[in-house]
Design a protein around this ligand. Structure first.
Ligand code: SAM
Ligand code: DTB
Ligand code: SF4
Length: 325
């Protein structure tokens, strides 16, 4: 499996058919090629964020159409999780527009995690930077995954975010691992980065030891009012996006690679190419955090056309002795 930057950069240069063939071969070695995992997102606290991530609708520094919303109640979150589960999602991801959680907020989120986990869903949270002990509190509440993205290469990061650093983000990822949580970490393509940046970004992810279990590959959603809405025109070439998915698959053969934000702008045949390139997870449900996502019915129709099955959650059978006691 290619680890170092030179090898990863070389993959981007392959003829498209050769790259796709290699990605498919590796994908089939580790996964059922016709099964795709479904995660549903909910923004549990929206807008008013202190940070200045140039793509984000939720930064307090940019005039976007997003309305601020304080932390939702546990009842609201559980109702959304139940609805997601009824539609076939196996993972429920709770997102908050914070630089990082305050202790009293974290205690409330931990309660939400407990309640969502009790429904039999996998749980994921993305709450920003974590302080010592916070990842452990979430793990103890039953959190399965923590999402914290590196977003782009170290080199390009300074063009996008000025209120925290790449190393801050790596620091939180370290805490996530130390607490025994599974890691969801990826980024956004189409933020004006070069191919070399995309290669560097994938090399950073692949060098995490172990690599993230879940790798969201987002295509920038151009949100009016954010600095990147116009700056990153023209939009990324779709074939280059597919290449990026294929290289992520090859660099992280056993990770779930998620075709993430940006699907609303992608025709079916482009999404099909992404699945061929090794994407095997999507965000499912008609909203991402603040922007639209394809309707569930449209996704199920696409799956039907492609012969894709939603991945069922493999739940460990109950321990006999405990069950009978
Ligand atoms: N505040 C936390 C943080 O930044 O880690 C969690 C929420 S933040 C919105 C989660 C991720 O969503 C970002 O790291 C970014 O990768 C993705 N994201 C946000 N806005 C996006 C956009 N306009 N287009 C694509 N992806 C986006
Ligand atoms: C990730 O990588 N993408 C998701 C999730 N992790 C939290 C968020 C996408 C957000 C897209 C823009 C929005 O809806 O605000
Ligand atoms: Fe948006 Fe998260 Fe950055 Fe805040 S920290 S501006 S919510 S991406």
């Amino acid at each position: 499996m290619p680890h170092d930057l030179a090898e990863i950069a070389a993959l981007f240069e392959l003829p498209f058919s050769d790259l796709m063939y290699r990605a498919q071969t590796v994908h089939r070695r580790h996964f059922d090629p016709n099964a795709v995992q479904l995660s549903t997102l909910l923004s549990i606290k929206t807008g008013g964020c202190s940070e200045d991530c140039g793509y984000c609708s939720q930064s307090a520094r940019f005039a976007t159409a997003v309305e601020n919303q304080a932390l939702l109640s546990q009842e609201e979150v559980v109702a959304a999780a139940r609805a997601a589960q009824a539609r076939g999602a196996t993972r429920f991801c709770m997102g908050a527009a914070w630089r990082g959680p305050k202790e009293k907020d974290l205690a409330r989120v931990a309660q939400m995690v407990r309640a969502v986990k009790a429904l039999g869903l996998e749980t994921c949270a993305t709450l920003g930077q974590l302080r010592d002990g916070q990842a452990e509190q979430l793990a103890e509440a039953g959190l399965d995954f923590y999402n914290h993205n590196l977003d782009t290469s170290r080199h390009h990061y300074g063009e996008i975010v000025h209120t925290h650093t790449y190393d801050d983000r790596l620091g939180t990822l370290k805490k996530v691992r130390a607490a025994g949580l599974k890691m969801c970490c990826g980024g956004i393509m189409g933020m004006g980065e070069s191919r070399a940046d995309r290669a560097q970004f994938i090399a950073e992810l692949a060098a995490l030891d172990p690599p993230p279990e879940s790798v969201p590959v987002n295509l920038l959603v151009h949100v009016p009012g954010t600095p990147l809405a116009d700056r990153s025109d023209p939009a990324l070439d779709p074939i280059e996006f597919v290449r990026t998915v294929a290289v992520a698959r090859l660099a992280m053969p056993t990770s779930f690679v998620r075709l993430s934000a940006g699907r609303s702008q992608m025709p079916d045949h482009l999404q099909a190419l992404c699945f061929l390139a090794g994407a095997n997870s999507i965000f499912y449900g008609d909203k991402l955090l603040t922007t639209p996502n394809p309707e569930s019915d449209a996704d199920l129709m696409l799956f039907e056309k492609l012969g894709i099955q939603p991945l069922a959650l493999v739940v460990a059978p109950p321990d006999r002795k405990t069950a009978e006691a």
